[in-house]
Design a protein around this ligand. Structure first.
Ligand code: HEM
Length: 134
């Protein structure tokens, strides 16, 4: 991902986060996508969860630029999601990304193929990292 892609991703993220409904919509889509996901979030307070997701999207964006500070943060999050703790199977991350891209499509007025590409590209390193720690 070059600097231009990173800027496109960052700008799209900014446009989406301008509407608080964006992250709620993502969770709506994600929870509806699989019974396994619904079960995992059975006891979740989504007001807290939405704040966390916002933080982790920035974290993942840093991940794609290879910041070492982010790696230690994401390490803790990855351990929490791993099979010994919350047991989030690697396949669920693909679903996670698809739902996120769907929400972006609905909330970024400038959404197009290029925007979709940089979201997928930008989040790929963080997702690969999470999966590798399963
Ligand atoms: C790259 C993708 C993901 C990121 C960056 C991410 C990030 C996070 C973060 C930061 C937390 C809060 C951790 C804390 O308590 O400090 C969290 C909690 C959680 N995540 Fe993820 N997550 C991702 C994917 C997933 C997927 C695919 C699932 C599948 C169901 C999932 C299920 C959960 C659950 C169940 C919690 C706990 C919610 C609660 O507190 O009730 N996450 N996640």
């Amino acid at each position: 991902m070059d600097a231009q892609d990173a800027e496109l991703f960052n700008d799209s993220l900014g446009r989406c986060l301008r509407t608080p409904e964006f992250l709620n919509r993502f969770y709506e889509l994600f929870l509806a996508s699989s019974d396994e996901v619904t079960r995992k979030f059975a006891h979740t307070d989504f007001r807290v969860q939405v704040r966390m997701l916002k933080g982790s999207l920035y974290l993942m964006m840093l991940a794609s630029s290879g910041s070492s500070e982010m790696l230690s943060d994401l390490e803790r999050v990855a351990k929490l999601h791993s099979r010994t703790e919350m047991d989030i199977r690697p396949e669920l991350y693909d679903l996670w990304l698809d739902c996120l891209v769907q929400a972006v499509q609905q909330f970024d007025p400038l959404f197009d193929e290029g925007v979709e590409r940089v979201w997928r590209l930008g989040l790929e390193p963080g997702i690969a990292f999470m999966k590798s720690r399963y």
